[in-house]
Structure formats: structure tokens, C-alpha cells
Ligand binder design. Structure first.
Ligand SMILES: [Zn+2]
Length: 213
């Protein structure tokens, strides 16, 4: 997922304080803290094939020839998705294509909408930021890799985003769809919460992708 600034709004600080209190209380804290991507160590750049599905899961895709479906996208989201596929994903061992219809064999589905809440996340609004986009693994193969990913892009954010921000956002979410985790380096689009994101994966991430597809 991707979140936007302002990262230190009063509401978010209050949320962190509340979380800290919960963690002091005891053993149930581990089950409550679901913000796994934010605490991932920087060196963990690739999720691998791990069988994970759901709202905060990052799991690598099944094939180096993934078939995409765009679900009635706005023209800007579609254009930036095309850009990120051609200029980022297809520059690795992965070669993307288009599916003729959305079915169980579709590998990546991209949706966009003015989301208010998906997976319980606080989605973007102009006052206090929020979640810009979310990539989920919806179904897995028995081997553990992801059969179908869904990517959701906030049109509320996207309509006011620059071209660079839009390209960076699609680069980021597609990274998750192929197994990349969040990064601490600003040299990759996999870092989140930045105003002017990079628009490409870095060499370490590309090496991980190429080693796994
Ligand atoms: Zn993310």
C-alpha cells in the first residue's frame, strides 16, 4: 500500500500513542498490530512465495508472463499503468500482457475509485492524506505464490497528482504485485510517503525480481 503526507497529523500521532499503550498491555498486541509493511526491515526487499493473501499481504506473482485486466479505469490511471508496465516491469525478466477477460486466470486486476474505506484503511482526502492505493493478493496457488493480485488506486488522490506522482504510484503498487516490499531508500518507487517519488525500482530490487521470475 501507499500512504501520503501529512504523516504527522494530530490524528496519526494519537493513533501511534494508542498503539503504544496497547503494546504495553500484553500478549494480544502482536495480533492487533497489522501494519506489517511499515515495520519491514530495509534489507527485506522481496517477499518471495509465501502463501499470503489479504489486505496487508505481499506475495510474489505466479508467472513471468502476467496477464492484466484494467477494470474500467480513468484514462490517467490507465496511461500511468501502461507507463509503469513498459518502463519498469517489462524492463526485467517479466513480460506483461493483456487478458481478454477477467477470470480466475487473470494475474493482475487494476481498479480505481474514490475509495473511502477498503480493508479498514483510512483512504486519501485532501485534509489529512491517507491511503493512496492498495495491492492485495486475492488467491494463491498451492505452491504459495499469488494467482491473482488486485490493485486499487484512489481517484481522489490521482485526479490531483502530478505525472511523476502517478507514475511513481503505479510503479510502487506493481512492485507489490510482483513481491517487492517497502524500501527505506529514496532511489526507488518502493519508498512510500514521499512527495516526489522515484519512478523505477532500484538495481537491488530488479535483481531480486530477475532472480525469482
Ligand atoms: Zn506500499
Amino acid at each position: 500500500m501507499t500512504k501520503s503526507s501529512p504523516l504527522s497529523s494530530p490524528r496519526r500521532r494519537a493513533g501511534r500513542r494508542a498503539l503504544a499503550v496497547v503494546s504495553v498491555i500484553g500478549a494480544i498486541a502482536a495480533a492487533i498490530v497489522v501494519f506489517a509493511p511499515a515495520t519491514t526491515p530495509a534489507e527485506a526487499v522481496f517477499a518471495g512465495s509465501n502463501g499470503k493473501t489479504g489486505c496487508s499481504a505481499v506475495n510474489m506473482g505466479h508467472t513471468k508472463f502476467p496477464k492484466f485486466v484494467y477494470s474500467d479505469l480513468t484514462s490517467r490511471v490507465e496511461a500511468h499503468a501502461d507507463y509503469a508496465r513498459s518502463n519498469v516491469v517489462d524492463q526485467t525478466h517479466i513480460s506483461t500482457g493483456d487478458d481478454t477477460s477477467l477470470d480466475a486466470n487473470t494475474n493482475v486486476v487494476i481498479y480505481d475509485s474514490a475509495y473511502a474505506s477498503v480493508c479498514g484503511y483510512d483512504w486519501y482526502n485532501e485534509v489529512d492524506g491517507g491511503t493512496l492505493a492498495l495491492t492485495m493478493c486475492d488467491t494463491v496457488y498451492s505452491s504459495g505464490d499469488c494467482r491473482q493480485h488486485s490493485i486499487r488506486i484512489s481517484t481522489t488522490y490521482f485526479s490531483g497528482a502530478t505525472t511523476a506522482q502517478g507514475r511513481g504510484l503505479l510503479c510502487h503498487e506493481l512492485g507489490h504485485a510482483f513481491g517487492l516490499m517497502h524500501a527505506s531508500s529514496s532511489g526507488t518507487c518502493m519508498k512510500y510517503g514521499v512527495t516526489n517519488p522515484a519512478q523505477d525500482w532500484d538495481s537491488t530490487e530488479k535483481a531480486q525480481i530477475n532472480a525469482n521470475y
